[in-house]
Design a protein around this ligand. Structure first.
Ligand code: ZN
Length: 252
């Protein structure tokens, strides 16, 4: 089942995807909800992000193919960093290219959305703490990342965290095709089976560091093929069983 959060006729709703339609819900998947009789067309809605995280925890190097490409060692523990919630945008919203950067890169990522308060959760219990999965783009000002020697500025510009379009529940995260295109041309093409740390291992590890709250987001790292975006590009992240997250890049 896939949930969407959207605006229809100036009102925010949650819905369930049924073909090219959304069945409108009363309530939200993060609380009580029930189906209504109303159906709306995907083409008539404006997508919103599928969650409102209190924090976005990202994982550095987490794909074997990406480690090979960079000639880097496989990390022994996950390297984590944060993006601010103010960076989040939804499917169809614009990525703003900051004037302070000359190299803004895309990073296609499988995104985990947390269901309930999560702290010290063992690997084998993680699945009941996951609300669902969505597509994400960990947009990064690579030149500023190098210049600063740490990642906060490079990862944190407004609009640098597109999420969506759907929140897929009951989907096994361990073997999903993940692809990124720029203007229709394939740039990243891998599988979550290439992950160094599984989703369950990541959530368990992060929960041993910090309390995760409902709606919090874990971005699980990017596969090989990372590269630059230019103003005017249309970038899409497609993950099997979830959907296609598309955003256009505009000048800041
Ligand atoms: Zn990333």
């Amino acid at each position: 089942m896939r949930f969407a959060h959207f605006i229809y006729q100036e009102t925010k709703h949650w819905g369930i995807l049924e073909g090219k339609l959304l069945k409108v819900l009363q309530g939200s998947p993060f609380g009580e909800w029930k189906e209504t009789e109303a159906m709306v067309s995907l083409s008539d809605v404006t997508f919103l992000p599928p969650c409102y995280p209190s924090k976005i925890v990202c994982v550095g190097l987490n794909y074997r193919d990406h480690a090979r490409e960079l000639g880097m060692m496989i990390p022994k523990v996950p390297v984590i960093f944060l993006k601010p919630p103010s960076a989040v945008i939804g499917h169809g919203q614009k990525i703003v290219y900051p004037s302070s950067s000359q190299q803004v890169d895309y990073e296609a990522e499988l995104v985990v959305v947390i269901k309930k308060t999560t702290r010290y959760v063992p690997v084998e219990n993680v699945s009941s703490y996951i609300m669902g999965l969505t597509c994400g783009n960990d947009v990064t000002a690579r030149d500023l990342q190098r210049e600063d020697g740490q990642w906060t500025r490079a990862k944190s510009f407004d609009t640098f965290c597109p999420l969506g379009p759907f929140l897929a529940v009951d989907l096994d995260p361990n073997c999903l095709k993940i692809k990124l295109t720029v203007n229709g041309e394939v740039r990243q093409n891998s599988s979550t089976s290439e992950m160094i740390f599984t989703v369950a291992e990541l959530v368990s590890f992060i929960s041993s560091v910090m309390t995760l709250y409902p709606g919090d987001v874990i971005m699980t790292g990017t596969p090989s093929g990372v590269g630059p975006l230019r103003v005017g590009d249309v970038v899409s992240v497609e993950i099997e069983g979830i959907g296609v997250l598309t955003n256009e890049v505009i000048a800041g």
